[in-house]
Ligand binder design. Structure first.
Ligand SMILES: CC(C)(COP(=O)(O)OP(=O)(O)OC[C@H]1O[C@@H](n2cnc3c(N)ncnc32)[C@H](O)[C@@H]1OP(=O)(O)O)[C@@H](O)C(=O)NCCC(=O)NCCS
Length: 331
């Protein structure tokens, strides 16, 4: 049995922070931010707003898109580094809000790669028949661990939530394969201390490693599945910086019109970045049932990963073409 993505949903806070807003807070400019990052705006939770509410909005939308009832969810996996409290985690509160009354609930922390790890865990649960429907939510309130006085990082981070429903699929390659890696020696380049609770990053070095590892992980997962970049209909790299996305796409030879640049509207939202980009791509008609999607992420740890998945159920024409190749090589 294969696991596949059945539905998607997303939610952003109402409060928009534009580059002009940031000009009033730190010594920066709209021109610098656009040129160096590709970002135009990001969203921040305000006051009493909770991440659990935002995550639940995204999750409810994903369930509706999938046609799965909350009571049919067996497991909720919340990928986040910014739950509303240190403990309990995000998953119990979000599951309760959604009405997933029969679900197991767990948080997963793999920084910006959290969504892909959660997707892998969900696929494994479904494919071993330990669960039928798994709700995977990537949700972050990075504004709460941002040093808003430090221009080098204050402009980069945003809040948001995206969710997918993973369940069994027939006649589909489903969630076809993954590639993961890490390098703990490089942890000092991107971290938040327990006491300070602010993200600190050596930007240029992180940038260099992000491009190298996202390119390599993407190449490896495609090779393992017997696919070429040309087989991929839509490519969603972690949305940290438009220049990083461009460099990875160019290294792989994927034309930019098949690549997500959602970073323009969200900033870097860590574990929420990939599902937010996928949700927008579906809304914009850039992916449809049967499309083949590649995803790649890189973040604190450093921890990185890549994945290839069919988009929703049912074999599309392109999917049929690559299906034979993937069937024999996927693991
Ligand atoms: C953070 C990042 C956008 C900075 O861009 P950059 O081109 O590397 O810029 P630098 O850090 O070299 O800084 C260049 C100059 O701009 C200045 N600068 C930094 N932030 C600025 C800002 N918001 N506005 C204006 N100037 C800024 C720096 O002080 C520096 O000035 P100097 O040359 O006088 O010293 C970029 O390094 C990056 O995206 N890094 C990786 C992020 C990432 O991959 N994250 C993934 C894991 S979540």
């Amino acid at each position: 049995m294969k696991a596949g993505i059945l539905g998607i949903g997303d939610a952003l806070p109402a409060h928009v922070v534009t580059n002009r807003d940031l000009e009033a807070r730190v010594e920066t400019s709209d021109e610098w931010i656009v040129r160096r990052t590709g970002m135009r705006e990001r969203r921040h939770l305000q006051g009493e707003e909770t991440l659990a509410e935002l995550a639940a909005d995204a999750a409810s939308a994903a369930l509706a898109d999938a046609g799965v009832a909350p009571s049919e969810v067996d497991q909720v996996i919340a990928a986040t580094i910014t739950p509303d409290q240190l403990t309990p985690g995000l998953a119990p509160a979000l599951a309760a809000r959604v009405g997933a009354e029969h679900a197991g609930v767990v948080d997963l922390n793999a920084a910006c790669t959290g969504f892909l790890y959660s997707l892998q865990h969900a696929a494994a649960l479904v494919e071993t028949a330990r669960a039928r429907n798994v709700l995977v939510v990537g949700a972050e309130a990075l504004s709460r661990i941002t040093d808003h006085e430090d221009r080098a990082t204050a402009v980069l981070f945003g809040d948001g939530a995206g969710a997918v429903v993973v369940g069994p699929v027939e006649d589909s390659i489903g969630i076809a394969g993954f590639e993961f890696g890490y390098d703990a020696q490089l942890a000092p380049l991107l971290y938040a201390e327990r006491d300070e609770r602010k993200l600190r990053m050596a930007g240029q070095e992180t940038y260099r490693h992000a491009v190298a590892q996202m390119t390599e992980a993407s190449t490896k997962v495609l090779e393992r599945l017997g696919l070429a970049p040309a087989d991929i209909d839509y490519f969603v790299p972690h949305q940290a910086n438009a220049r990083i996305i461009t460099a990875v796409a160019d290294a792989l030879g994927v034309p930019h019109e098949r690549v997500s640049f959602n970073v323009e509207w969200t900033g870097n939202t860590s574990a929420a970045s990939i599902p937010l980009a996928l949700a927008r791509a579906q809304r914009d008609g850039l992916i449809e049932p049967g499309s083949l999607v590649a995803m790649v992420a890189f973040g604190a740890g450093f921890v990185w990963g890549a994945a290839v998945s069919a988009w929703k159920d049912g074999p599309g024409s392109r999917q049929r073409r690559v299906e034979a190749k993937v069937e024999t090589r996927s693991r």
